[in-house]
Design a protein around this ligand. Structure first.
Ligand code: SAH
Length: 202
């Protein structure tokens, strides 16, 4: 089922082999608690994970991971841990992952799940709009909820030469924004299309 999912993602235009291999290794069925959705765990859909939140669609996870253009050993901040699925994909890419989640029950559930599965990410509970100051700076930043605007604190916590992938926009649909920070600290934004995310919470 996982192999089929990887082939499906290739068919949709994902070419980064490291990303495809990482997705091929993560047991997505172990990130879905609601047994009603278990037999669809490798379908290319988002599913409810409690607290009104969703595990991201595999295509979105693949697309954002590809846009990150990360390399092994980089330190990455994820905003919106949720189920931990995207976090696990980042771990499989060999990244040092710091992830923050707003909902305490989700944070606690995912913390024990990641421990059980042997994923060594540094998980935090709090408002990711402010980033994670004490673990900054980051080579890469990925936001997995729709931000009303590019959070200034996140840009401040991005290393010169770093890259951030942030869905930006109020309402149902967001623009996938890629931000590159050059060595002098100047940021350039690029638009990579329309996506749907659950909103970033205050
Ligand atoms: N990456 C997750 C996607 C979960 S959906 C996965 O693979 O499962 C987005 C998540 O962002 C939700 O869990 C939501 O609670 C969280 N979130 C929303 N606003 C947030 C904020 N301000 N700070 C941190 N997390 C936030």
């Amino acid at each position: 089922m996982r192999r089929k999912l990887v082939e499906h993602l290739q068919g949709k235009g994902i070419t980064d082999t490291a990303v495809l291999e990482a997705i091929g290794r993560v047991p997505r069925h172990l990130f879905i608690d609601d047994t009603a959705f278990l037999n669809k765990a490798y379908d290319d859909h988002a599913f409810p994970i409690g607290c009104g939140q969703t595990i991201s669609q595999p295509y979105t996870v693949a697309f954002q991971s590809e846009l990150l253009r990360s390399s092994k050993g980089m330190k990455v901040l994820e905003v919106g841990t949720g189920s931990g699925y995207q976090c696990a994909v980042l771990c499989e890419l060999g990244l040092k992952v710091v992830s923050i989640e707003r909902h305490r029950p989700l944070y606690l559930l995912t913390k024990s799940r990641m421990r059980d599965l042997g994923y060594k990410a540094s998980l935090h509970h709090g408002d990711g709009y402010k980033g994670v100051e004490r673990e900054a700076p980051f080579d890469r930043i990925i936001v997995t909820c729709g931000a009303p605007e590019v959070p200034i604190a996140l840009l401040a916590q991005l290393k010169p030469g770093g890259r951030a992938v942030i869905p930006v926009g109020l309402g149902e649909v967001q623009r996938m924004v890629v931000i590159e920070k050059d060595m002098s600290g100047h940021c350039k934004e690029m638009d990579k299309g329309a996506f749907r995310f659950v909103p970033m919470l205050a």
